[in-house]
Design a protein around this ligand. Structure first.
Ligand SMILES: [Fe+2]
Ligand SMILES: [Fe+2]
Length: 204
């Protein structure tokens, strides 16, 4: 139980959303990830469930999307490049890196390997590092949960948590601004959807 008395540790997800029971699903995810990354996805699951509870979101989809969002994070770059070339992705994606691929292309891997076909969940995974100009409540929950889960520790984390406690849109706004600042300060290429998210949720 967490402080609001909402049990999250043993959530079983509906068969129509994922064809595995929780134990099997966790084993499959664990096999793909370092221990640190696996603990992160468990915390994102819980945080997503908390946010869904707080903001009236779909807890089944929020928890499940949180649990699987980084499933493909540790795949080699070569696997991503091959999928982009052969599975009909925008070739422009080849100019980016794992930070973009593990969401946008990761959703394809998750659908294929975990049997999750729910477009709401897959879209939340696709957008979890970049957002979009038209995010659903579920998209926002996963975007924010990934950023503020209790294991996160970076300058600004408390302000990020406060923003998320104000509203999901405030959480998204805070996070996309911080992400863009980081990309700018390190001279990284910016994925167009990241800019679209900034324009939609931050720019006045
Ligand atoms: Fe991620
Ligand atoms: Fe993550």
């Amino acid at each position: 139980m967490n402080e609001r008395g909402f049990t999250v540790a043993n959530v079983n997800y509906r068969q129509e959303l994922v064809p595995f029971d929780r134990k099997t699903l966790l084993e499959r995810i664990k096999a793909q990830l370092s221990d640190g990354r696996f603990q992160h996805v468990l915390r994102v699951e819980q945080t997503a469930l908390d946010l869904a509870e707080r903001y009236g979101g779909d807890k089944q989809r929020a928890g499940l999307a949180g649990l699987v969002h980084d499933y493909a994070k540790q795949r080699p770059d070569e696997e991503y490049k091959a999928l982009i070339r052969t599975e009909g992705f925008d070739p422009e994606l080849l100019a980016y890196n794992n930070g973009i691929w593990h969401g946008v292309v990761g959703a394809f891997i998750i659908e294929r390997e975990l049997g999750i076909h729910d477009e709401q969940i897959l879209n939340a995974v696709r957008q979890h590092t970049i957002g979009s100009d038209n995010m659903t409540k579920l998209d926002k929950i996963i975007f924010v949960a990934d950023f503020i889960e209790p294991g996160r520790d970076f300058p600004g984390i408390e302000a990020a948590r406060q923003a998320a406690a104000t509203s999901l849109d405030a959480g998204v706004a805070f996070e996309i601004k911080q992400t863009l600042n980081y990309l700018l300060s390190t001279n990284k290429k910016i994925y167009p959807k990241t800019i679209a998210t900034y324009n939609a949720y931050v720019a006045k």
